[in-house]
Design a protein around this ligand. Sequence first.
Ligand SMILES: Nc1nc2c(ncn2[C@@H]2O[C@H](COP(=O)(O)OP(=O)(O)OP(=O)(O)O)[C@@H](O)[C@H]2O)c(=O)[nH]1
Length: 214
Amino acid sequence: MDSCEFWIPGICRTCKIIVLGDAGVGKTSLTHLYCTGRFPEKTDSTIGVDFRERLLQVGCEKIKVQLWDTAGQERFRKCMVQHYYRNVHAVVFVYDVTNVASFRSLPLWMEECQQHLLGPDVPRVLVANKADLVTTRVASTIEQARHLAEVHSMPFYLFSAKGGSREQVDAIFSKLVQQISRQRGKKTEAVRCIKLTPKANTVEEKKEKGICNC
Ligand SMILES: Nc1nc2c(ncn2[C@@H]2O[C@H](COP(=O)(O)OP(=O)(O)OP(=O)(O)O)[C@@H](O)[C@H]2O)c(=O)[nH]1
């Protein structure tokens, strides 16, 4: 995703991706790993939102991936929640495999997206984090999570922000960026088609198109 034969200076698109999930599931750790390549040794509870960015090259396009690491705790979200959802291009849902309650909250996070008018066309993925702590006890919840992702047409990743590699975390976000780029391409094409549709100007053309002058 980062090779480029031509470089077009000045063209840079932003992809705003919000990361949602209960407190402590690993949102900060995941976004940190993606943007810096390191698992942070120490994290504090996110208050409001933290921003992290990474610059990518997709073909000849520069893309700024802007991650909104949102607060999991309700009391730290209240004042920011409207801002999270403005002009969102994609969503990452995260739950913690060792915390069943964080899995049960996923429908609420999805509902919040709906309440803020994120349509089904907004790409999303589900990350089951802390895979390094998987035990047989949580295996059935992981299967349920996989099923939930399937039902909602989301890619599913069993991942560990602690033990995962940069390549693995890149795969999660690359998938989203590719989907966003594809959608943008389609929208641009649709606009181009509308602009290029010729108007019926001459009387003959108008007749052919069934347009009447009276
Ligand atoms: N073992 C393990 N611990 C993890 C992993 N990811 C995060 N943690 C730990 O889980 C705790 C919470 O991680 P955060 O990244 O701060 O969680 P968060 O979702 O951002 O939390 P809030 O900001 O409160 O919403 C920290 O102690 C992390 O070190 C992981 O993959 N494996």
